[in-house]
Design a binder for this molecule. Structure first.
Ligand code: NAD
Ligand code: USQ
Length: 387
């Protein structure tokens, strides 16, 4: 297959590009390198020494069987370039990772709020419009988030995107049965953009019969994959800072430094998680199982397990002796919640989840220790406030 990967220089996009290239697909990466520029803006670097996109690709392409190309395009701003790239490459599938993905960054300042909305909404809409204008039969696979549902529970498992509802029609004394998008309940500007993306997908699937899969992914942890381990120059990025670092990876870095684990509030927040290698597998499964033309978007919950933040902190603290620090929560979120999620769709397609396991945790700990000289401990605390 020919696969266009938007955001292919990022944490999920780079290992996905290598994985799909390794499976024999022809891969074109489009990225505007905005994530690297945000690191410069924040004054932080990836824990791991990531190479430039050109070096990474040159190293990968040294193997004659591999072929990845790269074009620098801002898909939110450079519509004609995006359309030209699609027309020239003629992809069978497009994987869309190219959005600003940190909730804390999206809440930082009026400028970062507006940037997140402008970037994410324009990126997704430009892409949908370009697919229609290209007239090509393309399957769009988008990385969405579990956070569009909120993290509450109505005493049931959160279904995969859609909710069967029975409405009482008092006037005609009958029950009406229908299916609606699961009500969105975003907890940040970033999560709000993913909720808006869903509306655009529904519209373009209905009006233009685009084939769309939206993957509602949980928090991705880990860093290395089979392909990124092949050469140190292929290493994946690893964010540990207060804006982009995600909770489990942050706790593993903190424990390597013996820095008290920064649990927000009581740590009663339950969240969904997935290991990065399972994320790759899910994307491959999603590409191989597209919707039919005219079908509404397929929504799949891309997660393998749920944990409370304090349970993760205790697990790591018991293992390493690192203290736990219950810091004041900078976010506006429920202090305690339960979370039950259906992931039947990927299990039915054959996913065998890699759940939290000592060897996987140890790999991340080892990487954290190996590169600890690159860590600036001033960048660890979460300073972005919701209010
Ligand atoms: P990332 O920030 O590491 O990667 C995103 C990439 O997209 C970056 O390389 C960035 O330069 C590029 N990009 C952003 N805006 C662009 C634009 N306008 N034009 C071209 N390129 C652009 O993020 P990630 O962690 O790899 O996440 C990828 C996707 O997966 C995101 O959409 C995110 O919402 C989703 N997701 C991530 C996680 C996670 O835990 N990392 C969990 C759930 C969902
Ligand atoms: N948290 C801590 N201590 C920390 C960091 C975070 O207690 O040092 C808590 C947060 O308050 C929150 C939870 O851990 O309750 C998760 O925070 P996170 O930063 O790990 O994850 P989140 O902001 O939800 O965002 C990440 C990705 C985002 C993706 C989302 C999936 O950055 O792109 O969409 O996970 S989900 O959480 O399922 O919505």
């Amino acid at each position: 297959m020919k696969i266009l990967i938007l955001g292919g220089d990022g944490f999920c996009g780079w290992p996905t590009s290598l994985n799909l290239s390794n499976s024999g697909h022809e891969v074109l990466i489009i990225d505007n390198l905005s994530r690297r520029n945000i690191d410069n803006e924040l004054g932080v670097i990836s824990l791991t020494p990531i190479q430039s996109i050109q070096t990474r690709i040159n190293i990968w392409n040294k193997n004659k069987n591999n072929h990845i190309d790269f074009i620098n395009i801002d898909i939110a701003q450079q519509y004609s370039s995006l359309l030209n790239a699609i027309n020239e490459f003629q992809p069978d599938a497009i994987i869309h990772f190219a959005e600003q993905r940190a909730a804390p960054y999206s809440m930082k300042t009026p400028q970062t709020k507006r940037y997140t909305v402008d970037n994410n909404i324009n990126a997704t809409h430009n892409l949908l419009c370009a697919i229609v204008e290209s007239k090509l039969d393309i399957h769009l696979v988008h990385l969405g988030t579990m956070g569009v549902y909120g993290y509450g529970t109505a005493g049931m498992k959160i279904p995969e995107g859609y909710l069967d509802v029975h409405i009482k029609d008092d006037e005609n004394q009958k029950m009406v049965e229908t299916q609606i998008l699961y009500p969105t309940n975003p907890g940040s500007i970033y999560h709000m953009t993913k909720s808006l993306d869903q509306i655009m997908f529904g519209y373009y699937a209905k009006n233009n019969h685009l084939k769309i899969t939206d993957l509602h992914q949980g928090i991705v942890w880990g860093t290395q994959t089979t392909e990124t381990r092949l050469d140190e120059n292929l290493i994946n990025r690893f964010d540990y800072d207060g804006d982009y670092g995600t909770v489990l990876n942050r706790f593993l870095v903190q424990s390597a430094l013996n820095f008290p684990l920064t649990v927000h509030g009581t740590g009663g927040q339950t969240r969904a998680f997935i290991h990065i290698e399972d994320s790759m597998k899910c994307i491959e499964l999603a590409i191989s199982n597209p919707p039919k033309k005219g079908q509404k978007p397929i929504i799949r919950n891309q997660m393998t397990e749920t944990h409370k933040v304090r349970e993760l902190a205790k697990l790591i603290s018991d293992k390493t002796g690192t203290k736990i620090d219950n810091v004041e929560n900078p976010r506006n979120e429920d202090a305690e919640n339960e979370l039950f999620v259906s992931n039947k769709s990927f299990i039915d397609l054959g996913l065998k989840p890699k759940t939290l396991d000592n060897s996987l945790l140890e790999e991340v700990e080892m990487i954290s220790k190996k590169y600890q000289d690159r860590i600036d401990i001033n960048m660890i605390p979460c300073k972005s406030l919701w209010k």
